[in-house]
Design a protein around this ligand. Sequence first.
Ligand SMILES: Cc1cc2nc3c(=O)[nH]c(=O)nc-3n(C[C@H](O)[C@H](O)[C@H](O)COP(=O)(O)OP(=O)(O)OC[C@H]3O[C@@H](n4cnc5c(N)ncnc54)[C@H](O)[C@@H]3O)c2cc1C
Length: 397
Amino acid sequence: MSPPPPPDPVVVLGAGYAGLTVAHEVHRRSRGRLPIVLVDRHPVHVLRTELYEVGRLARDGGSTDAWVVPLARVFERSAVECREAAVDGIDLAGRTVHLSTGPLRFGSLAVCLGSVAAYYGVPGAPERTHQVYRLSGALRLARTIRDVEHGSPYLPGERRPRIVVVGGGSTGTELAAEIATVDWSRITGVDARPPDVLLLTGALPFLAGFPPALVGHARALLGRAGVGLLHGVNVNRVEEGRIHLEDGSVLAADVIVWCAGLEAPPIVRDLPVPHGRGGRLAVDPTLEVPGHPGVFGVGDVVEFRDPSSGMLAPGTAQAAIAEARRAAQNIVARALGEPLAPFAYRERGVIVALGLGQGAAALRHVTIWGSPAALLKRAVQREYARSVRRGEPSSLL
Ligand SMILES: Cc1cc2nc3c(=O)[nH]c(=O)nc-3n(C[C@H](O)[C@H](O)[C@H](O)COP(=O)(O)OP(=O)(O)OC[C@H]3O[C@@H](n4cnc5c(N)ncnc54)[C@H](O)[C@@H]3O)c2cc1C
């Protein structure tokens, strides 16, 4: 008699903050007994929370080593199989994912495919703006600003290069502060004119949803960093070097960066299941996709409303990791035929970097700002990167 076929594996789609943690935790909780396949289009885990540091990216001359951790290294001491492939489709009914390398059946599935820039139908925005949501985009932006700065040496009467960042959330704010405070002369090797940086918040208030104390400190520090703030008007259209605003005014810009929001990737938006804002998966309290036992959504790809507080979990690495831990627990529970547990999100705090070694942070019971906040952010990022490189799961503030 031939032995029974091996069980279909736990398949984890996406090796970002959510997917990496799901794979780690399923392996740990099942003591290596559940086969796990982790799929990503890249053979590396990208430290996406550091992609606003375009000065460092420009300085490093194109090497991205500091921003990535090879998956082979992360999982060298565990039995998680890492597969480099693009996810082309998900057949929930057939319990199969379609990869660029061929079909793969799953026993359980964790969809952790992250998010993509949302352009809200603004003409010209996808083609004529930069973004830092992906490493390739952040690298391209860093090179573009370096070139613009290199071509803008100090000459009498010359204007400063204008860089407009669209979107006044934490990503746009951190990026604007970074661009305004980097020493571009050192990077370009010429006496470059510092850029004139404008942060366009659109109709939403600056740092909408953040604690008021943090917003106040951030506004003051951003002013000190030399970033101009423009509130209350949405972008209507983007042309080469020009932004048309809803009120009819036009802004000239040498570089435009789009940090105005995110949505679910098309593969996820197209799934025949309930969706929330931006096509995100509307999951059950256990993070399971309704009607599909054993299929979980984790991280930026989901819209999770906490049933007790009624609040939406934010699209952050911190929330993605917290969700991933509960999803992994539930994946193992499903395999053992045990009851699933609901997820509840408790934020530990938020920290925004504001250039010149300054920052603002709202932790559970205290707000801190200035260099202590920036140092805390750096320490949290370093600790996360270090523990991932060691092959251990980590939480992120
Ligand atoms: C500049 C910046 C700063 C940030 N700062 C913070 C911060 O300080 N703190 C914080 O908590 N959060 C921060 N965030 C948010 C945080 O990065 C995201 O919330 C987090 O990355 C979400 O994790 P995820 O695993 O859901 O998605 P991701 O980390 O984006 O991972 C998704 C993975 O899926 C893969 N993938 C996608 N589509 C496919 C496909 N079709 N085929 C194969 N693979 C695919 C991608 O390659 C990627 O590896 C920041 C984000 C940015 C952009």
